[in-house]
Design a protein around this ligand. Sequence first.
Ligand code: BGC
Ligand code: ZN
Length: 368
Amino acid sequence: MKAVAVWPGKPSSMHLEEIPVPELAEVPGGHGVLVKVLRVGVDGTDKEINDAEYGRAPPGSDFLVIGHESFGQVVRVGRSVSSTIRPGTYVVASVRRPGHSPYDAIGLQDMTTDDEYYERGINLRHGYLTEYYVEDDRFLVPLPPALRDVGVLLEPVSVSQKGLNQAYEIQRRLKIWQPRSVAVLGAGTISLLAAMAARLRGLEVTCYSRRHAPYLNSDLIEELGGRYVSSTESSLAEASAMYGPFDIILEATGFSPLVFEAAEVLAKNGVLVLASVTGGDRKVEFNADTINQGFVLGNKVMVGTVNASRADFLSGVTDLIKAEALFPGWLGKLLTTPVRGLEQYEEMVRHLSENREAIKVYVQVSEG
Ligand code: BGC
Ligand code: ZN
């Protein structure tokens, strides 16, 4: 079968590989599930992998099959697979696989303290941009048929869910914490999905991003009942004076200097969630005393978040169902840019690097 792969370390090496169809028996204990891939979303991580800035091949392979945002349909199941997963069930597979730390041992490999982490389609494990994959049922999340058209969004949803779920988890320390207002920095897929999740939790949402409104992403924020502020018109401090203070700020722009502006305006007892993987080595000057004092006197928290746990995938499914009910059609509008078939991987790369209007680029691998 065909698979889209790169030779890690070699820039612009995206190509088609011919690989064997995987077998159920590759997963021990009867836990194997054979999944037919229907759609795979791609994002900045895939672009970085193609630019050879990120990503490693599995041991024994000189190529890495990419694709970590999966959506597929079960073909066959092993004898010990959960009864929630049967032939025909729609499933999304999580990305990270356990390593060796105590967190991995309890299913929180997203919290691993290992230096090396295993991520399908990204690091040391092949991904889903192929025709079929086999996976242990414990790494699969079943989706109701009602989510067939938007299920490919579940992986990025899980990443933004983790950001918010972590904020609430941390703030249990405050006993009566009732956030009112959240700022999401950036207006890409993760930010839009975080804005959605925040609205579903009854929060006021301000999306702060570079581009001038109106455009599709700012329209989408307004359709959720949020407001959009362009950084070309207001500084974050001005936005905070008008619409804050922000009890939660979620940073997902990829522009690390904004972290320190956010730290400066965060509300007392607030939590700043950092979600951008910034590969560069940018240096900035910032108001160290002010930020430090604000954090001390205001009992503030700054937390990093990567990947997602199974619980974040499950809360993501619930939010997808709620969003379809409360904001009908909204999720579908994120799926701006379909690419038809694995063979069109060059078109996919072009959209990833040049198409400013694309929100979610995805490959329609099979019609099902
Ligand atoms: C993926 C995450 C992953 C992270 C770091 C993101 O693009 O969505 O699942 O943990 O990259 O590799
Ligand atoms: Zn991703």
